[in-house]
Design a protein around this ligand. Sequence first.
Ligand code: THU
Length: 147
Amino acid sequence: MAIVFEGLSDKYQSLLNTAREAMTRAYVPYSNFQVGAALLDSDGRIHYGCNVENAAYGPTNCAERTALHRAIADGRRPGEFEAIAVMGDTEGPIAPCGVCRQVLVELCSPEMPVVMGNLQGSWVIRTVSELLPGAFTPASLDSKPNT
Ligand code: THU
């Protein structure tokens, strides 16, 4: 049964429900905390992501990065994304971790919406730049004043 996200557009409700489906694919033997992501590209294709954990903990990959990296490997280029939805079993809408925010800044436009939800139907939308203000970006590398 689809989760109803009251007051949200059909398009983003559907994207959140796809992220919900991606959650079930998570490999989470250590945290038992499933996260799902659905990344909509500019051709209307959806790239699934789930978290994939590791016995050494550090190599764990979050759902958001799985979706983004997978889309790049499938031939999408940075900026060719319309929106990403993220779902988790959290009290309020799930919040992407700091590392994922940095990767979103690298691969998505600053205005791209990040649609965050939970299993109870709570949701919130923020742009990539709202999630990581003042980010270190590719442009920062070209801005050395003393060269
Ligand atoms: N996790 C995600 O996949 N995305 C988030 O936005 C937050 C955290 C994962 C990492 C780890 O597998 C588990 O959730 C617990 O931190």
